[in-house]
Design a binder for this molecule. Sequence first.
Ligand SMILES: Cc1cc2nc3c(=O)[nH]c(=O)nc-3n(C[C@H](O)[C@H](O)[C@H](O)COP(=O)(O)O)c2cc1C
Length: 186
Amino acid sequence: MNTNRSIAIICGSLRKDSYNRKLMNLISEKAPDHWTVSEIQIETLPFYNADIEAEGDPESVHMLKEAIGHADGVIVVTPEYNSGTPAVLKNALDWASRPVKTTVLKQKPFAIAGASPGGAGSAHSQNQVRQTLLTLDAYTMPGPKLLVSAVHQKLNDEQTALNDEGTVRRVEKFVTSFDAWINHFN
Ligand SMILES: Cc1cc2nc3c(=O)[nH]c(=O)nc-3n(C[C@H](O)[C@H](O)[C@H](O)COP(=O)(O)O)c2cc1C
């Protein structure tokens, strides 16, 4: 009998037709039946500013921390911008890291995925997210990695969803592995 799991998912792209959002949708679709997957919105977070923080977390920050805090695991799906993590995603992780001593990221199981039209499938961005999470003592799944390269060639005819057979198989393995990874800690 599998334990019910609440999984939070964060997309590092705000673009309406985002490839990473399509990857996020495929991950949600292939999630095990005992997962409840909910997206954490990061679009409305202010830029991290200690002065804002000193006045108390804005509602959007409060909701971000609550959502991560209550999740059994978090999946980050990230594009790559100029060989790095998009600012909007790094900003969300920076807010979530505060205060460092009691951060909701500490000992939280994480998995990282990403897609790019390029050949490396957001590898640099994913590595930077991994490094940030390591700093915060999160438990990031070492593998299997999910790097979708040439993502624009892996869509259905309508260009609305990822349907490439190899990608679907890798996503299935990714979610099954993350389920097992979470079981190590709970
Ligand atoms: C500012 C900027 C920088 C980019 N830098 C990279 C990069 O370093 N590596 C890469 O593979 N793609 C890069 N790209 C292309 C993105 O991978 C591509 O725009 C992708 O569609 C973004 O993800 P999304 O579709 O989920 O929004 C960059 C795009 C932008 C807008």
